[in-house]
Design a protein around this ligand. Structure first.
Ligand code: SF4
Length: 312
């Protein structure tokens, strides 16, 4: 039976040309990589097995996402996208640092192969911040060049593209400038703000990246308030990973950002549940207790519940 509320996650690579401080697929510490299963496709599947797997998965859902570690480093990506399309997937998405898409010929070939959506990870408004977070010199130049390429390709081709930033202590003060940069790309559908997932390097560097969720929430609110022109209403804006109680009176800006989050109905969008996100004793009093995805367990272990006051 086809379930369109499900997405088939396809991991076709086990390396990356960036080295992000918050990468959940890497671990600079000594403990074992927590999410090593992520690499299973690449490690255990041959090319032919993966093609078969795509056909099998297409019988269950029409949604597929090619995701990290960086999928564009697998030279067969274009072929896999074509296979996914031929197998019957209709929603074919790619999450990428987009550095390879700075080469226009490659970006064009990828779009023409049948991708319907591209989500680009960009983490700052300038080289200094972005390259410090990716720990890779030259990554800012390539990713922003890729955004220019997608912006111009979108004028002639049907696909959706978005920019996502992972908000943290290093880039939070730069968020307004980051929005201004991203809004220069007129064909973009949304600018999503993610927060650090405390897993892999995200856990190793948690103290450095997310010392205070309240500060991150305030930075997000201030950046939105500073966005006067061009109007943010034309594209989706939002934040995920922080609980609604840090956004009292503007709760509608929290949640998924596939569609405009500065939404007219001012309703709260529900985030995906994760067993690593938990709720505290006081949460029972909160009006969002049934829809809130909670707070990451490792964060609570280090900093406690004092920031999270129920919304009554
Ligand atoms: S349920 Fe708890 S964590 Fe979630 S918004 Fe309410 S107080 Fe915050």
């Amino acid at each position: 039976m086809i379930r369109n509320d499900r997405t088939f996650q396809c991991i076709i690579n086990d390396r990356c040309n960036n080295n992000c401080l918050f990468c959940i697929d890497r671990n600079d510490g000594k403990s074992a990589q927590k999410n090593k299963d992520c690499f299973s496709h690449n490690r255990t599947k041959s090319h032919l097995q993966l093609v078969r797997l795509l056909h099998k998965a297409a019988l269950k859902t029409k949604n597929i996402i090619f995701t990290g570690p960086e999928p564009t480093l697998n030279n067969a990506l274009i072929e896999y996208v074509k296979t996914a399309k031929a197998a019957g997937f209709t929603n074919i998405r790619l999450i990428t640092n987009a550095r390879r898409l700075s080469y226009m010929a490659y970006a064009k070939a990828l779009i023409s192969s049948g991708l319907t959506e591209i989500i680009v990870s960009l983490h700052g408004s300038n080289r200094k911040i972005h390259d410090a977070l990716t720990r890779t010199k030259g990554s800012f130049e390539q990713t922003t060049k890729a955004c220019s390429n997608l912006n111009s390709l979108r004028q002639r081709h049907q696909f959706v593209w978005r920019i996502n930033i992972t908000l943290n202590a290093i880039n939070a003060g730069d968020l307004l400038e980051f929005y201004r940069l991203a809004l220069r790309f007129k064909t973009i559908a949304s600018i999503g703000v993610n927060t650090v997932i405390p897993s892999g390097n995200g856990l190793v560097f948690l103290d450095r990246l997310s010392p205070n969720y309240t500060y991150l929430a305030e930075s997000f609110k201030n950046a939105l308030a500073g966005l006067k022109s061009p109007s943010p209403q034309r594209i989706g804006l939002g934040i995920v990973g922080l609980p609604v109680c840090l956004f009292k009176k503007v709760e509608h800006i929290v949640g998924i950002f596939e569609t405009a989050l500065i939404n007219k109905n001012k309703t709260v969008r529900i985030e995906e549940r994760d067993p690593e996100r938990i709720k505290g004793k006081l949460c029972a009093k909160c009006k969002y207790v049934s829809t809130c995805a909670g707070v990451w367990k490792p964060y609570i272990k280090r900093y406690g519940w004092k920031e999270f006051i129920p919304v009554l």
